[in-house]
Design a protein around this ligand. Structure first.
Ligand SMILES: *Cc1c(COP(=O)(O)O)cnc(C)c1O
Length: 422
């Protein structure tokens, strides 16, 4: 934490002092993480890519790694590769990811399946472990796949899916207090809201769930790789997350799951697959699951995708969470400063928390013509942000691949497009 504070203070000196594009360039020159930008494929000069929180950019090393896995491992070594490293990869990459980015000691994180499937596996395991309870608590503003999976589980088991109203402000234990009770089996929430970037109180809400004997399952899709998570320290039971956003794992990259060590061997996931089987290759007559996190695998892991996740995680691990968070804070503050100066008069509204400490690594700006402006940014201004219904432009500030001049250029081009003359 001290390292984080120092790093924040260093970049912080600059923020609020940026009055020109040249000032933004100076911030890039002083940026300790600037060198990472060159390690990513740049498709076209001048492109400002602010959607790394939806699909992270391509690390150059991913191309080399994919080539090695496909040509040398698959092509040359064929099936021998399973014993020469492939079988260990889900746990190995999981441990790297867990220790570097999630605050999770080894043996608790696995890279497997999609976020949707992992959420289903872990939520079902939690419900089985609290079979005498009848309520699942989540937020009405939760990412769609999470709400749908939970609604499906609730419908199949005759449970109540209780949805707390979600707004642009961070979720707190106090706001959830009246929704979580002794009939709650599991609470499922995103650490960082996919729309507003509001950071939920991970430790406080986990403690609230535990006070009522419920299990806590966090979705880290919009937080891991951009800010500190601290799963072990907060006593989190279960977590899932996506690896093609800040982790740069590539389209459809396998996701990850976390099962706290204390629950391993006790929780049982619903897909009884052969990759979760103890002594898998004895091909035994009955399902006898691994006693550790390995049980949460189902079928054959996607080795090429998994190898690329490893590359993305290695880059983020090298940068380190304190530096990633410090840069993200500085990028976000620059964006909000420019919004206040240029965009407020043009009818924009901040749809993320104003307080940088309460905000993840993206900033949402609402405008009545939001969708049209996004289309014009992409078609005419070489700026790629995201858009979320009904009116929000979402600017992802992935700290490894975003520069301060990117933020300056995006806001400058946006204000020109939004000016009445257009
Ligand atoms: C991106 C994201 C997902 C993605 O789920 P997939 O199974 O990879 O399609 C799930 N949950 C949240 C919160 C996300 O942001």
């Amino acid at each position: 934490m001290l390292a984080l504070k120092l790093a924040v203070r260093n970049v912080w000196r600059w923020v609020g002092m940026v009055h020109s594009r040249a000032d933004a360039s100076e911030m890039d020159a002083a940026d300790e993480l600037a060198r990472f930008r060159d390690q990513f494929h740049r498709p076209e000069p001048g492109l400002v890519y602010l959607d790394g929180n939806s699909l992270g950019m391509l690390p150059a090393a991913a191309v080399a790694r994919a080539h090695e896995v496909i040509v040398a491992q698959w092509g040359q070594r064929l099936i021998r590769s399973w014993d020469e490293g492939w079988l260990d990869l889900p746990g190995q990459v999981g441990d790297r990811l867990g220790t570097a980015l999630l605050g999770a000691a080894p043996g608790q994180v696995l890279v497997s399946d999609s976020t949707t499937v992992n959420l289903y596996k872990l939520a079902a395991a939690a419900l089985d472990a609290r079979a005498d309870r009848s309520v699942i608590v989540t937020s009405a503003g939760e990412f769609p796949t999470d709400r749908y999976v939970l609604a499906g589980l609730a419908a199949a088991r005759g449970l109540e899916l209780r949805q707390v109203a979600g707004g642009p402000e961070p979720l707190t234990a106090a706001a959830l207090e009246s929704h979580v009770d002794d009939d709650t089996a599991v609470v499922v929430l995103s650490h960082v809201d996919y729309r507003s970037a509001a950071i939920a109180d991970l430790a406080g809400i986990t403690a609230l769930a535990h006070r009522h004997g419920a299990l806590m399952l966090w979705d880290l899709s919009h937080s891991a790789g951009a800010l500190p998570v601290g799963l072990d320290a907060a006593g989190v039971d279960l977590a899932v997350g996506c690896s093609y956003k800040y982790l740069n794992g590539g389209p459809g990259a396998p996701a990850y799951l976390y099962v706290r060590r204390a629950h391993q061997g006790l929780l049982r996931q619903p897909i009884w697959g052969w990759f979760g089987q103890r002594e898998q290759f004895t091909m035994g007559p009955v399902y006898d699951p691994e006693p550790d996190v390995g049980q949460f695998q189902a079928g054959t892991p996607p080795i090429v995708g998994l190898s690329i996740v490893d590359v993305g995680v290695a880059l983020l691990a090298e940068a380190g969470v304190p530096r990633l968070r410090a840069k993200a804070l500085a990028l976000g503050s620059l964006l909000v400063d420019l919004y206040e100066e240029w965009l407020v008069p043009l009818g924009f509204r901040l749809a993320s928390p104003r307080d940088a400490a309460a905000r993840g690594s993206h900033v949402a700006l609402a405008h009545p013509d939001g969708r049209l402006l996004r289309d014009r940014l992409v078609a005419r201004a070489q700026v790629v942000p995201d858009f979320r219904m009904p009116d929000q432009l979402r600017f992802g500030l992935a700290p490894l691949t975003t520069s301060f001049t990117d933020v300056w250029d995006a806001m400058d081009r946006l204000r020109r497009l939004a000016e009445p003359a257009h």
